[in-house]
Ligand binder design. Structure first.
Ligand SMILES: Nc1nc2c(c(=O)[nH]1)N[C@H]1C(S)=C(S)[C@@H](COP(=O)(O)OP(=O)(O)OC[C@H]3O[C@@H](n4cnc5c(=O)[nH]c(N)nc54)[C@H](O)[C@@H]3O)O[C@H]1N2
Ligand SMILES: Nc1nc2c(c(=O)[nH]1)N[C@H]1C(S)=C(S)[C@@H](COP(=O)(O)OP(=O)(O)OC[C@H]3O[C@@H](n4cnc5c(=O)[nH]c(N)nc54)[C@H](O)[C@@H]3O)O[C@H]1N2
Ligand code: SF4
Ligand SMILES: [Mo]
Length: 677
């Protein structure tokens, strides 16, 4: 006997927006009421990448799933959104769906499809409950949501140089002799890379972290280059200057696999160590030593994160860094090269995923970073349907997002697993199932395994999958598009209907039987060893990236740059309602301020500060620490406003400014002033 008779273990893929897409071992227990519940969660020991552990946050997923405030029945708001206390009544699914469908019908008929907006992100990475759920809205012709809040600047920058996002296999990292973690707090945000880095270290590798503040990853690294935020292109060009000057480039690789090296050589000419030091705030020796390490150590593995992209010039900054691996020829070495994402390896047939084939060129588009604008009354939006995201907390300019959601003339429907601050502003809260309660298919952006989860637990109360809700609405709205009514099995067989070699031998039956299947990649996967999948077939080095200072430059009025990167114990705003994880993060959000800035602004450790930006202000408790640098303050985590002293999200101070490439978010671009109190 290995388990009590009323418990069993199941293996499922983690659905959260995290590169690791872990294979989880979940213990479920049958209760007195006959229903099974998750009681314990860890990693699958047999999975080569998950290696038997789950992160510090997702081990608490059972508490989130069984949370006493989880919505279990459809809820309808009673009274006005401006009432001091929100009041809800339980309604049946038919009452909710009939009323929502009737109101959508009226809007579609009288004001057209542009009066209805779907709003979503990657609360679940599932291809069914995430991506395919959009099919209804595409069938109705409502505006296309550009999914730009996270990765689009990076994706656009990578595409210019390399085409689709292919990457070093994470299991090859132990071959690397220099590991550069550049703008990624990987110990917190990509924690299953750590065993691979540790293995490389045992083999003699050195680890360098490039980040404006001393995060967990910087503390773990052998060296921390604490550069000024937004100056990565300057550092990358400074490294290139040294590569060219000392003959550390791989000329054979450059000749065979790249185009435009002369442009880059010309552009790098002015970036002497001294000039690079001036712009980045590093010392000239730090620049020189770093460039020498990159230039003379093979293989060098550079892991970039999205952190450096969340600035006005974030696309260019990331592109500059990723081109270093082409000059050094690291792409020819096992464990060498650069990684943004592995997602390009999942070459599924996506032609009908989410009704992609229904998109029309004339369909209006909304950049999701500009939700605050889209919700302003003069835009005339009549209904907003939110799923898999919590915009009242995570979207830029969230004060205006909340004001928009609170309009009594806007129908807000929120499909949710938790009573988030977005759900609290809804007219209808529709209770959603979790990854243990619905079937789905998962790719990854950090490794190369495809995952399938069956529906494992009975949904509590009347929770339903997103696609069930949208199918019910589709019936009521007279939508006949077949894709809207697909089951997971229909979707899976369509996704796998491709001759692509990465998916050879992977059938729906095999994926469902094995649960987690490695893509059919060669044992030695060197995706850019001889070129790239750009139009020219080469790694495209030109036009050379140009360093540019931000328009929102620091000045006497706004002398401090505010970074708001992820917290160790949250996954974006997911888990922000668990008390123990809030406690682990310090009970309330803290602003990390360098002693110099604290003195200049009159702030004291443990007291409150008001943070004012051009779009709003919040109040936060101060932690004075040299983990920050002068002129740069840090607030980790998109905490629920309910955990902050003023009830507001940190995004009250971030702006809708878009990146230079890809229309991305600029969460680390905020200039602020700090006032005591
Ligand atoms: N624990 C935890 N894990 C997560 C998440 C979470 O919220 N919590 N979120 C998940 C999601 S959705 C994502 S997208 C990823 C994001 O994971 P990351 O890519 O690690 O996170 P970022 O916010 O992009 O910031 C990473 C680092 O970039 C630094 N940074 C900011 N500006 C600059 C700059 O100009 N240059 C350089 N070099 N560094 C800079 C920040 O200080 C921060 O330390 O993590 C995923 N994993
Ligand atoms: N200031 C600042 N803001 C940021 C960031 C930052 O670094 N700084 N990071 C940005 C980034 S990288 C990202 S990716 C975004 C992420 O922001 P979001 O995509 O909003 O991610 P979460 O905050 O985790 O919220 C996801 C929500 O989806 C719900 N959900 C999960 N699964 C399902 C499901 O199957 N059905 C339904 N209906 N709901 C489900 C969860 O309950 C949760 O409330 O935030 C961005 N905001
Ligand atoms: S959040 Fe990331 S690290 Fe944590 S269990 Fe899920 S996939 Fe793994
Ligand atoms: Mo993200």
């Amino acid at each position: 006997m290995t388990a009590a008779p009323d418990t069993r273990d199941v293996l499922l893929t983690c659905p959260l927006d995290c590169p690791d897409a872990c294979r989880l071992k979940i213990t479920v227990k049958r209760g007195g009421d006959g229903r099974e519940r998750a009681v314990k969660l860890t990693g699958d020991a047999a999975h080569p990448y998950t290696k038997g552990f789950a992160c510090a946050k997702t081990v608490h997923y059972p508490a989130r799933q069984n949370h006493p405030d989880r919505p279990l029945y459809p809820l309808r708001r009673v009274g006005s959104k401006s009432d001091a206390e929100a009041r809800w009544e339980r309604v049946t699914w038919d009452e909710a769906l009939d009323d929502i469908a009737a109101r959508l019908r009226r809007l579609l008929d009288t004001r057209g499809p542009q009066s209805v907006l779907r709003y979503h992100y990657a609360g679940t990475m599932g291809l069914m409950e995430g991506s395919h759920a959009h099919a209804l809205w595409r069938a109705l012709g409502t505006p296309e949501l550009e999914e730009t809040i996270c990765a689009s600047a990076g994706t656009a920058a990578w595409a210019m140089g390399y085409g689709s996002r292919l990457a070093v296999d994470p299991l090859d990292v132990p071959h690397a002799r220099l590991i550069v973690l550049w703008g990624i707090n990987s110990l917190s945000t990509h924690s299953h890379l750590t065993p691979q880095i540790t293995a490389a270290r045992k083999n003699g590798a050195r680890v360098v972290c490039v980040d404006p503040y001393r995060n967990r990853t910087a503390a773990f690294a052998d060296e921390h280059l604490k550069l000024r935020p937004g100056t990565d292109a300057a550092l990358a060009l400074g490294v290139m200057h040294e590569l060219f000057a000392h003959g550390w480039t791989d000329e054979a690789y450059i000749a065979e696999a790249t185009l435009g090296a002369d442009d880059l050589r010309e552009a790098a000419r002015e970036w002497t160590p001294e000039r690079t030091a001036e712009v980045t705030g590093l010392s000239a020796d730090e620049v020189r030593d770093f460039a020498r390490a990159v230039g003379t150590t093979r293989p060098t593995y550079i892991r970039v994160g999205y952190g450096m992209t969340r600035h006005e010039t974030g696309g260019t900054n990331l592109r500059a860094v990723t081109l270093i691996s082409a000059l050094t020829g690291d792409w020819r070495w096992r464990g060498g090269g650069c990684v943004l994402s592995t997602s390009g390896a999942f070459a599924l047939n996506r032609t009908r995923l989410g009704g992609a084939h229904l998109l029309r060129p004339e369909t209006p588009r909304v950049n999701m970073n500009e939700l605050a604008n889209a919700l302003s009354p003069e835009r005339g939006l009549g209904a907003l349907v939110v799923y898999n995201t919590n915009p009242a907390v995570v979207a830029p300019d969230s004060g205006r997002v909340r004001a928009g959601l609170a309009r009594d003339d806007l129908l807000v429907v929120v499909l949710e697993q938790a009573m988030t601050e977005t759900a609290r502003l809804a007219d209808y809260v529709l209770p959603a199932t979790t990854f243990m309660e619905h079937a789905d298919v998962y790719t990854s952006y950090g490794h190369h395994w495809l995952g399938y989860n069956p529906a494992t637990l009975e949904a509590p109360g009347e929770c339903r999958p997103n696609t069930w809700v949208f199918q019910e609405l589709a019936r009521r709205l007279g939508v006949t598009e077949p894709g809207v009514f697909w089951t997971v099995d229909d979707l899976l067989s369509d996704l796998l209907d491709t001759p692509h070699p990465h998916l050879r031998g992977i059938t729906p039956g095999r994926l469902k039987a094995e649960g987690s299947v490695r893509l059919n990649l060669p044992d030695e996967f060197l995706p850019y060893a001889h070129g790239a999948d750009t139009p020219s077939g080469k790694v495209q080095l030109s036009p050379a990236p140009v360093y540019r200072a931000p328009d929102a430059a620091l000045n006497a009025e706004y002398p401090v740059r505010l970074l708001t990167p992820p917290a160790h114990h949250f996954l974006n705003s997911t888990y922000g309602n668990l008390e123990n994880l809030n406690r682990a993060e310090g009970t309330e959000p803290h602003l990390l301020v360098h002693p110099h800035d604290a003195q200049v602004s009159g702030l004291t450790d443990g007291a409150y500060a008001t943070i004012q930006s051009e779009v709003g202000q919040v109040r936060r408790r101060v932690k004075v620490t040299d983990a920050a640098q002068p002129g740069t303050a840090v607030l980790e985590g998109t905490w629920w406003g309910l955990s902050a002293p003023d009830g507001q999200s940190i995004n009250t101070v971030t702006a809708q400014t878009l990146t230079d490439l890809g229309g991305g978010s600029t969460f680390h671009n905020t200039r602020v002033r700090l006032l005591p109190g």
